[in-house]
Design a protein around this ligand. Structure first.
Ligand SMILES: Cc1ncc(COP(=O)(O)O)c(C=O)c1O
Length: 441
């Protein structure tokens, strides 16, 4: 009979991937695992660690914003307000990736023997950076993969209702459509605000509370709407949910697409009061492209939908999809947490919000420009959406590029011009952007 992975002794878990999948499966089926190297063999067989052999690099100067910006290799001749869309990789991150890539190239087997401990290091880095315990972080390739694991793993019946909103990204909408098709559960969509610019905590909380019924089993939300830049006050929402006497809080799960809040809002994830949160780490964290996390308060409600290669280790391992990955990116995620942790989560967020506010205030009274995103920091984060009278967003993006400003257009039915100030931009570049946007009308 196949042994359960949770029952396997630690050395077997450690060698699951490194011994090759066939060796790993042999141990799972109860063979003695004679092909597995003895504990400690990985260390002696492995090539040098990322820093070995190289001369000592100069110490990081996290306190110096100019130095931090220099670590982002984007074209410095342009003001990069779309850097958050897909991580450009910092220089230290590129070095870490290159070192892991070299290890994999020189002796793949030896590098793979370290997979479990490196995955553990990524989980520890995530918990250090975003709060909670390492065992609350499953590793994914993207927000979309995390959403798929989350909504794909829920057990619902045709009597159940999923409460969601009209403001979510395609990946949530599609995951919920598939969840409803699989289980027969009904999806109910509500709008949380009529005009994003004037959205308030009170209004958002009220509408969600009114939407919860005795049939609600899932509340599916997005932390920061990439369609409008509105940030949901998740903590206030979940506090109101706890106070709601009409429907018990433990009757439903709160599931969140957290990608534009992760590393863009200075909050520990457990403090949000939600149950599951999926986030790509290749946006505001400036982590490796093709990486993400799924945070879970308690993994029990989720059935596993993709076989794991991560061995035993609780729900975080169970929910981490298996298959061989682009491991140089996955392992280097620990270095991205180290970098942004060095900058300081609070400092990076403050820098982002300060610039976003400057941008919104600079454009507030410009005739022909409508700032779609609220000015209040409690209901906004780093994304700033704008409507330019008489100009399609794609045209605005193209015109701004000719003036050295990189922006993007939101990929929604109602599309806006979108800028995302970050650690890669400066307040002076914000002023240049304000002037250039003013000239669009
Ligand atoms: C709200 C939101 N969720 C998810 C995604 C997709 O993220 P990922 O590429 O990490 O799946 C995007 C855009 O890229 C987004 O705006």
């Amino acid at each position: 009979m196949m042994a359960r992975m949770a029952d396997l002794p630690a050395p077997t878990r450690r060698t699951f991937l490194g011994a090759g999948l066939v060796g790993g499966v042999a141990t799972l089926t109860g063979c003695t695992g004679e092909d597995s190297p003895p504990p400690g063999a990985a260390e002696s067989a492995s090539p040098s660690s990322p820093s070995a052999g190289s001369s000592e690099p100069p110490p990081p100067r996290y306190d110096d914003w100019a130095w931090v910006r220099e670590q982002v290799p984007l074209d410095a001749a342009l003001a990069q307000f779309a850097a958050f869309v897909l991580s450009p990789h910092t220089r230290p991150l590129e070095e870490a990736i290159a070192a892991f890539r070299d290890e994999l190239a020189v002796d793949t087997e030896a590098a793979l023997l370290k997979e479990v401990e490196r995955e553990d290091a990524v989980r520890a880095g995530a918990a250090d950076f975003a709060g909670g315990a390492p065992g609350q972080y499953a590793l994914t390739d993207s927000t979309t993969m995390g959403l798929g694991l989350m909504y794909g793993g829920l057990r619902l019946t045709p009597d159940d209702e999923i409460l969601t909103t009209t403001h979510d990204f395609y990946s949530t909408e599609e995951s919920l459509r598939l969840l409803a098709r699989r289980t027969g559960a009904r999806v109910r969509r509500i709008s949380l605000y009529d005009d994003p610019a004037t959205a308030t905590t009170e209004q958002i909380v009220e509408r969600i509370m009114a939407g919860i019924t005795s049939r609600t089993r899932v509340v599916a939300l997005t932390w920061v709407h990439s369609s409008t830049g509105v940030r949901l006050p998740l903590r206030e929402i979940t506090e109101a949910m706890r106070r709601l006497s009409r429907v018990a809080r433990d009757q439903y799960l709160v599931c969140v697409d957290g990608v534009h809040g992760f590393a863009a809002v200075d909050t520990d994830l457990p403090d949000l009061g939600v149950d599951f949160l999926a986030a790509g780490t290749h946006k505001w964290l400036f982590g490796p492209r093709g990486t993400g996390v799924l945070w879970g308060r308690d993994w029990e409600p989720l059935t596993q939908v993709i076989p794991t290669f991560s061995g035993p280790g609780g729900g975080a391992a169970r929910l981490t999809p298996g298959g061989y990955h682009s491991f140089e990116h996955r392992w280097a995620l620990a270095d991205a947490f180290t970098f942004m942790g060095g900058v300081g989560r609070a400092r990076a967020v403050e820098r982002t919000v300060e610039q976003a506010t400057r941008l919104k205030e600079g454009l507030a009274d410009v005739d022909g420009i409508t700032v779609v995103t609220p000015t209040a920091p409690e209901v906004s984060a780093g994304i700033v959406c704008l409507d330019v009278r008489g100009m399609p967003p794609a045209n605005a993006v193209a015109t701004l590029r000719t003036q050295g400003i990189v922006a993007s257009a939101t990929p929604y039915r109602v599309s806006y011009l979108r800028l995302g100030p970050s650690i890669a931009t400066t307040p002076e570049q914000v002023d240049t952007a304000v002037a250039a946007i003013t000239r669009l009308v």
